[in-house]
Design a protein around this ligand. Structure first.
Ligand code: CA
Length: 226
């Protein structure tokens, strides 16, 4: 049974999340502050951490930073409306997904399931990555959409590889830029937007209604996990 650590100081929310996660088949531990979260994560090695960013004593972002120093345990952040900059910092620290309060417990269960599915690593390390109708052959540096080969620049190819490795994961523009290490690129968010626009023109059936590379408003982009 997969184990989830829920870090949330509002006990009513924590209990509701626990109930839903248990019904979904997970074993759940609840802690109410950052110190207990770190102790529990180190001692019990949960499969995933649901982390509220607004915590007493140790801030949620510090907890995420500390967790990431020692482990790659997937993290789903809970953030308040208006904490957009925290959300971006959290994603850049390596959190896997986030939900903005108030959210439905069912939505949380769906996100937890999706993160666990994509971090279980079936495609990581594979030479051919496939998701939705898109296939990327790494050794051949070739991309196909619905069986049709598309011509991508090295930058577009790398952006696609980064996103398709983890369908559904939200990438900030800074993370996408980091993934281009070794590929010449001007260091501006707009440059990423321009490359994504070009990539879409080549792989999307309808550029105005992207099916594969989706925009996450105020944050960045994600490859579809449908
Ligand atoms: Ca809180």
């Amino acid at each position: 049974m997969q184990r989830i650590l829920v870090v949330e100081d509002e006990m009513q929310i924590a209990r509701t999340l626990r109930d839903y996660l248990e019904v979904a088949g997970y074993e759940v531990t609840i802690v109410g502050d950052g110190g207990a979260a770190l102790a529990s994560a180190r001692g019990e090695h949960p499969d995933l951490v649901v982390l509220d960013l607004g915590l007493p004593t140790i801030d949620g972002l510090d907890v995420a930073r500390e967790l990431r120093r020692t482990a790659t345990t997937p993290i789903v952040m809970l953030t308040a409306r208006g904490e957009e900059s925290d959300r971006i910092v959290g994603l850049e620290l390596g959190a896997d997904d986030y939900l903005v309060k108030p959210f439905s417990p069912k939505e949380l269960v769906a996100r937890v399931r999706a993160v666990l599915r994509r971090t279980s690593g079936a495609t990581v390390g594979a030479e051919v990555l496939r998701a939705a109708g898109v296939e990327v052959d790494l050794p051949k540096r070739r991309a196909r959409v619905d069986g049709r080969t598309v011509d991508l620049t090295p930058t577009e190819f790398q952006l696609l590889v980064t996103m398709i490795r983890e369908p559904g994961r939200v990438f900030t523009r800074a993370q996408l830029q980091d993934s281009l290490h070794g590929v010449a690129i001007e260091s501006y968010d707009r440059a990423i937007d321009a490359h994504v626009k070009n990539l879409r023109r080549k792989i999307e059936p309808e550029v105005g209604h992207p099916r594969y590379v989706l925009t996450v408003h105020g944050v960045g982009y994600r490859f579809t996990d449908d």
